[in-house]
Design a protein around this ligand. Structure first.
Ligand SMILES: NC(=O)c1ccc[n+]([C@@H]2O[C@H](COP(=O)([O-])OP(=O)(O)OC[C@H]3O[C@@H](n4cnc5c(N)ncnc54)[C@H](OP(=O)(O)O)[C@@H]3O)[C@@H](O)[C@H]2O)c1
Length: 273
């Protein structure tokens, strides 16, 4: 597959043509002067292992992995960083010493960095996360370690339950249950679903929202998601999409590959436009 393609870094996913990662890594490359040719590769759902082996046997030095392959990526690597081990989800590969593939997860540090930049997070905050997929696995440990309490609301209850069992040794995490909720309002509400289209307006009871609640959508497409439209409708000023998280997680992948953490703020501004 990679016979005539001499790029050494890429994002692999399905679908992946919407990805902004090549643009971000191109800007990192220009900023740091590190030659780093980064493309996007759409992977058929049954071909993840074959395509990734092929890439690393040819020119591949590093990769980002996006939905729906973060779980497969976890089992693909030879070694794992501590945060990837804890999250059991991988979004970054590095070929080390031409010998083995190291798996990492930079989604958590990416989200936390952006929440800090936006002033959306403080220790002891109560956070509602909607969704329980691969991205949530990556962010729970950093948010719990920061000292926040997490509540999970997900379409499939069993997936939320599995997450709570996996992470409750690291801090206060439980399934969202309006009736037994000990707190009054959430300080932060994060949409980590791949869609919420078709949901009704009352997918979050307004009684758990205060005038100070912040809202973060991990999605970052150009047109407004259902979640962002809903934020506008309820009249909050404290909301953001996930473009900053994307740039920060990319910067930490770049750091794993090249040992340099690129500057991010002006890139977030470019991508917002
Ligand atoms: N900004 C960033 O840097 C960044 C990083 C990572 C991910 N993301 C974004 O975050 C989103 C989630 O990624 P992921 O890797 O966690 O995906 P995933 O593993 O496929 O998980 C998808 C989640 O969305 C839920 N869901 C799907 N369709 C739904 C619907 N119609 N109504 C309600 N819930 C629905 C799923 O619920 P079930 O459990 O019921 O299936 C699951 O919790 C994606 O859109 C991705 O692009 C952004």
């Amino acid at each position: 597959m990679f016979k005539n393609q001499k790029f050494n870094y890429a994002v692999f996913g399905n679908p992946v043509n919407h990805s902004k990662s090549p643009e971000i890594h191109d800007l990192f490359s220009k900023q740091t002067g590190i030659l780093h040719i980064y493309k996007s590769v759409n992977v058929p759902l049954d071909s993840f292992d074959t395509i990734l082996h092929d890439f690393f046997n040819k020119y591949g030095q590093g990769a980002n992995i996006t939905a729906p392959f973060k779980q497969e990526a976890y089992f693909f690597c030879d070694k794992l960083t501590e945060r990837a081990k804890i999250s059991k989800s991988v979004n970054t590969f590095k070929k080390v010493d031409n010998k083995y593939i190291l798996g990492d997860n930079t989604d958590g540090i990416g989200l936390l960095s952006d929440l800090i930049r936006l002033n959306f997070i403080k220790k002891n905050y109560s956070i509602l996360i909607i969704g329980a997929g691969g991205a949530v696995k990556g962010v729970l440990f950093p948010l719990l370690s920061f000292g926040c309490s997490i509540f999970i609301l997900n379409r499939t209850f069993l997936n939320a339950k599995k997450l709570v069992s996996q992470f409750n040794k690291y801090g206060n995490i439980e399934i969202f249950n309006k009736r037994s909720l000990k707190i009054k309002f959430f300080d932060l509400i994060i949409n980590a679903t791949s869609t919420l289209i078709g949901e009704k307006d009352d997918f979050i009871p307004l009684s758990v929202v205060s005038s100070k609640t912040c809202f973060y959508d991990m999605n970052y497409r150009k047109d407004n998601t259902f979640f962002i439209d809903w934020c506008l409708k309820i009249g909050t000023n404290f909301f953001s999409n996930g473009i900053g998280m994307l740039v920060f997680q990319a910067a930490h992948s770049f750091f794993l590959w090249h040992n340099i953490l690129p500057k991010t703020d002006y890139i977030i501004d470019i991508l917002k436009k």
